[in-house]
Design a protein around this ligand. Structure first.
Ligand code: FAD
Length: 642
């Protein structure tokens, strides 16, 4: 059976050539500008108010554009970014420990297992330092050392301390910074905020993105919204797995609808499984909780040496403990990247050495740190995380080691964008976790916040000018056939979901889909498992459309209806994820194909065949477009953290 066809190769035409150090500067110079008086005549829709969308909307409005901002929560402050705990990277080298723009660039390209674009990653490293200055100027309360300087800690995949943090609430503090900048622009009349509105379709007129169809989640009213350009900052799609560390509302609808309108979807199978989450406790559970990677700075990961050893952790003597990360990866120890730490945890559990219920857990132990630094110092750094752990598990991590297990956390895949963050649909820009851009096959910790804010505060506000300089574009008529089609498509779909009137809840389908994805497209994938998953997903999707029960109507607040639409899109995405994972017959980063591993069980890439971005075009049979990746400054090698 042909699961996909091959289309034409694509290239990123926006990226300048020449020395990598000056590419961003040269692109900024070559991009056309829009004079301040003309900016007032141009409107930009920004979908999403997380770190990417909030910072972009505030910055574009500050620059003088008219911005229309949309989110489905009741306040921009509730975007999923608020959950980010551990920190944000920046190449400031405050510790004088050998950090530099080049080292952050190098770590990120290597951490992404050589599946990211060099140009984008270099720019990210360059801009990283500006982000910290911007946020400090806004008053973001980053942790400081006794002398008043900003403090840093380490995250996985690096040997320097470059992660800026605000206790275990970095995302919250950064989002409050972006939010207050956004609020200022709302108060100034430059941003029109539409909270509790969900984008359900993209409007493409004459080949350009010109608007969106939204549903007012309180009244159910469907409306069309127009602009000169559309920015999607709608976050990631980890919830396709049902259980994940993401906020329950995170979904793929905005980007999936754009994909169906022609936007390429890149590397959908690249999913990040985070090694330190609270293990699942039962089948009733609807969400998993992250324990920040920052904990691996001081916590030591171990399991008993002997399989089946079920003694309580404090009764396992030191000599009978296996600190397997320190043993296998002495250079990076507990701070190996996430993909490696996750697989290592899975391996020791597969060997029967896992701890806790079902043997699906490993210990993260702070006894040494408490003995070395004192309990108060540990509480100062991680207190809120310890408290959260205790509230959920009933165990006190100051006394008993935490139990942790890998869980779905982040999606490196997303809509394909060029160096300007523009998709292949002119006028459609995609930023933050919603695009595929900078992390390759594996994202290093503390780099999502960096990318979201780089995109929103610095990159997009420069590159979008080049597109808008050709505007304002002719006004879009509400009667335009493309607008009418988009709007009636949304109405038909809502009616279809309500009309099924079956006997199974939306959540029961979502849970089953998530289980399939975790089983066959999770931490380890095989050809056989993926082909099986594709047919199981197709069958479940058919069942969804004949048995789902959506109570209530479309003319009211109806969260079942909201969820049903999102799950319907997850079904389509899930199939594409499996197809993408199937076609990529290599292991790289978060994509581990069991058939492709080194003798000691590490991911084995096949650069000769797969050194490209897989950008998928929507179709009955998806069409694969390859964008070749070139490495001039960092030579691909077998990743080693030993
Ligand atoms: C528990 C947890 C901890 C994390 N900790 C860290 C960390 O310490 N460091 C780090 O770098 N990264 C961390 N991450 C990752 C990081 O938080 C996210 O990748 C990042 O915040 C995503 O930001 P975003 O702006 O792209 O999207 P989001 O914050 O997810 O925002 C999406 C926005 O889009 C809106 N939206 C979505 N769909 C629609 C639609 N159809 N219509 C209208 N609006 C829509 C939502 O309302 C929301 O406003 C963490 C992630 C998790 C889950």
């Amino acid at each position: 059976m042909n699961y996909w066809t091959i289309g034409e190769s694509i290239v990123d035409r926006a990226a300048p050539g020449g020395p990598i150090e000056t590419r961003w500067e040269r692109r900024q110079f070559s991009a056309r500008l829009v004079n301040p008086a003309n900016r007032r005549k141009l409107t930009v829709i920004v979908v999403g108010t997380g770190l990417a969308g909030g910072s972009a909307a505030a910055t574009l409005a500050e620059a003088g554009y008219r911005v229309r901002s949309f989110c489905y929560q009741d306040s921009p402050r509730r975007a999923h970014s608020i959950a980010a705990q551990g920190g944000i990277n920046a190449a400031k080298n405050y510790r004088n420990d050998g950090d530099s723009v080049h080292r952050l660039f190098y770590d990120t390209v290597k951490g992404g297992d050589f599946r990211a674009r060099e140009s984008n990653v270099y720019r990210l490293a360059q801009v990283s330092a500006n982000i910290i200055d911007q946020c400090v100027a806004q008053g973001v309360p980053f942790a400081r050392e006794y002398g008043g300087l900003l403090d840093n800690r380490s995250f996985g995949g690096t040997q320097v301390s470059r992660t800026f943090y605000a206790r275990g609430q970095t995302g919250q503090q950064l989002l409050l910074g972006a939010y207050q900048a956004l609020e200022r622009q709302i108060a100034a009349g430059n941003v029109e905020l539409h909270a509790r509105h969900e984008m359900l379709e993209l409007i493409v007129v004459d080949g350009r993105a010109r608007g969106i169809v939204v549903r007012d989640l309180v009244t159910g009213e469907i409306s069309t919204q127009f602009a000169d350009a559309v920015v999607l900052a709608s976050g990631g799609y980890g919830n396709v797995f049902f259980l994940s560390t993401n906020a329950k509302g995170c979904n793929v609808t905005a980007t999936w609808r754009a994909h169906r309108q022609g936007a390429l979807f890149a590397n959908p199978c690249y999913t990040q499984i985070h090694p330190t989450c609270i293990p699942e406790s039962g089948t009733h559970q609807s969400k998993l909780t992250l324990m920040s990677e920052s904990l691996r700075n001081d916590g030591r990961v171990w399991v008993p040496v002997r399989a089946g050893d079920d003694r309580p952790p404090l009764l396992v003597p030191e000599g009978e403990r296996d600190y397997y990360l320190e043993r296998t990866y002495p250079a990076f120890g507990n701070l190996v990247p996430r993909d490696i730490a996750s697989r290592a945890a899975k391996n020791v559990c597969d060997e029967g050495r896992g701890v806790g219920p079902g043997g699906l857990g490993v210990y993260l132990d702070f006894a040494d740190a408490i003995a070395r630094l004192g309990r108060a110092a540990v509480a100062e750094k991680y207190g809120n995380l310890f408290e959260m752990y205790e509230r959920i598990t009933g165990e006190n991590p100051y006394v008993t080691p935490m139990r942790i297990y890998p869980a779905v956390h982040y999606t490196m895949g997303g809509l394909w964008v060029d160096y300007d963050l523009q998709s292949n649909i002119p006028g459609l820009f995609v930023i933050g976790e919603a695009n595929f851009s900078d992390h390759g096959a594996n994202r290093l910790g503390a780099s999502a916040l960096m990318q979201g804010l780089a995109d929103g505060y610095f990159v997009l506000p420069n590159t979008i000018n080049d597109y808008l300089a050709a505007g304002p574009f002719a006004a879009v008529s509400a009667q335009d056939p493309a607008v009418l089609a988009a709007r009636s498509g949304v109405q038909r779909r809502i009616a279809a979901l309500l009309a099924v009137d079956g006997d199974r809840t939306v959540d029961s389908f979502h849970r089953e889909l998530g289980h399939l994805m975790w089983e066959y497209c999770g931490m380890e994938r095989t050809h056989e498992g993926l082909t099986k998953a594709i047919s199981l997903i197709q069958a479940l999707r058919e069942e969804f459309w004949t048995r789902v029960k959506v109570p209530g109507t479309g003319e009211q607040l109806n969260q079942n209806l909201e969820r049903a639409g999102r799950v319907a899109d997850f079904f389509e995405l899930a199939e594409l994820m499996c197809i993408d994972a199937l076609h990529r017959a290599e292991s790289c980063g978060g994509h581990f194909r069991a058939e492709s591993q080194t003798p000691d069980g590490e991911a084995l890439r096949h650069d000769d065949e797969f050194s490209y971005v897989a950008a998928w075009e929507y179709g009955e049979t998806p069409i694969l477009h390859k964008e070749a990746l070139e490495f001039t400054y960092v030579q691909p090698s077998q990743r080693s953290y030993k």
